[in-house]
Design a protein around this ligand. Structure first.
Ligand code: SAM
Length: 292
């Protein structure tokens, strides 16, 4: 089994037949059938014998095989319990633990402490597309001790995560991710390398976690609330969108923007993370003044 080429469509069809497995569209089950792409993902993640890997959604285990061979230890989290029997044959390694649970319910900090202590921890996955953004936000917000995230996502999502100001892809998630990580699109992947084929193309994105957030702010919650409030309606000026989305008095907001040195007529999509940081800090100071 060790050298079984799970990514070969023929082997995959055999596994499907022998276990009577049916792909679940609602669980985003589009499995990889290209060995080069799998190697490229593992190369991008720089998996070596000091790596502790968390894989979300191993599916049949195509990517998992390569992670087990190259990494020190792998913890895979799979929601679909009908894969338990398949895994007994397809992932026969002694450096893996598979947890059959929804990733969104996992206490990853505890998992890292208990299972991957002392290793260079990385998260690697071909993510289920229906839940990509919540998974990435959970990873970033819960502040795990990890160095890298390498994930396959829908191409448009990768472009949003990697987007810079003044582009149509730039959105609140670009800022949320770039607050904590350097981003890089490692490759664009055609839909032909999946079984079954999704309608859209994909991309592998690399998120290199920064030692500390890219900017320092007085109140992180305020920063994200300002960012979300600024992208609610893209055509509106920063003055109008923050005041209406956050229900913030316009006269006070004008003072805040002036102190932050931000033109009130500008749109959110033109502002950098640093500029959002300045607005957020002035709003925090303003709320402290009101309390005192
Ligand atoms: N890694 C495999 C591959 O590349 O061939 C499968 C990738 S497939 C796109 C996504 C996998 O995530 C499926 O196995 C699916 O069952 C699993 N999955 C879906 N939702 C999940 C969740 N909330 N938590 C953990 N796994 C999930």
């Amino acid at each position: 089994m060790d050298d079984i080429k799970l990514y070969s469509p023929k082997v995959m069809k055999d596994v499907l037949d022998s276990y009577g497995f049916k792909f679940s569209k609602s669980l985003g089950q589009n499995f990889l059938i290209d060995g080069n792409i799998i190697n490229k993902i593992v190369d991008t993640a720089e998996i070596d014998d000091n790596s502790g890997v968390i894989e979300i959604g191993p599916g049949f285990g195509t990517l998992t095989q390569c992670l087990c061979k190259r990494g020190k230890r792998v913890i895979a989290i799979e929601i679909d319990k009908s894969l338990i029997d398949v895994h007994k044959n397809t992932i026969p390694y002694d450096n893996i633990k598979i947890i059959y649970e929804d990733f969104m319910k996992i206490d990853v900090n505890k998992l890292i402490k208990e299972e991957l202590e002392g290793m260079d921890v990385k998260i690697v996955a071909n993510l289920p597309y229906y839940i990509t953004t919540p998974i990435i936000m959970k990873i970033l917000e819960d502040k795990y001790k990890i160095s890298k995230i390498v994930v396959m996502v829908q191409k448009e999502v990768a472009q949003r995560l990697n987007a810079k100001p003044n582009t149509k892809e730039y959105s609140s998630i670009s800022l949320a991710v770039q607050y904590r990580a350097d981003t890089k699109i490692a490759m664009i992947v055609p839909n032909t390398v999946f079984m079954p084929r999704p309608k859209v193309d994909s991309a592998v994105i690399e998120l290199n976690i920064l030692e500390k957030p890219r900017i320092e702010v007085l109140d992180e919650k305020m920063l994200f609330s300002v960012i979300r409030g600024s992208f609610g309606q893209r055509r509106k000026t920063i003055l109008n969108s923050i005041s209406s989305n956050l229900n913030y008095p316009k006269d006070i907001l004008k003072i805040v923007l002036e102190k932050a040195n931000i033109n009130p007529g500008i749109r959110g999509e033109a502002l950098s993370l640093e500029e959002f940081g300045r607005i957020s800090d002035e709003m925090t100071k303003q709320s402290l003044e009101i309390i005192n």
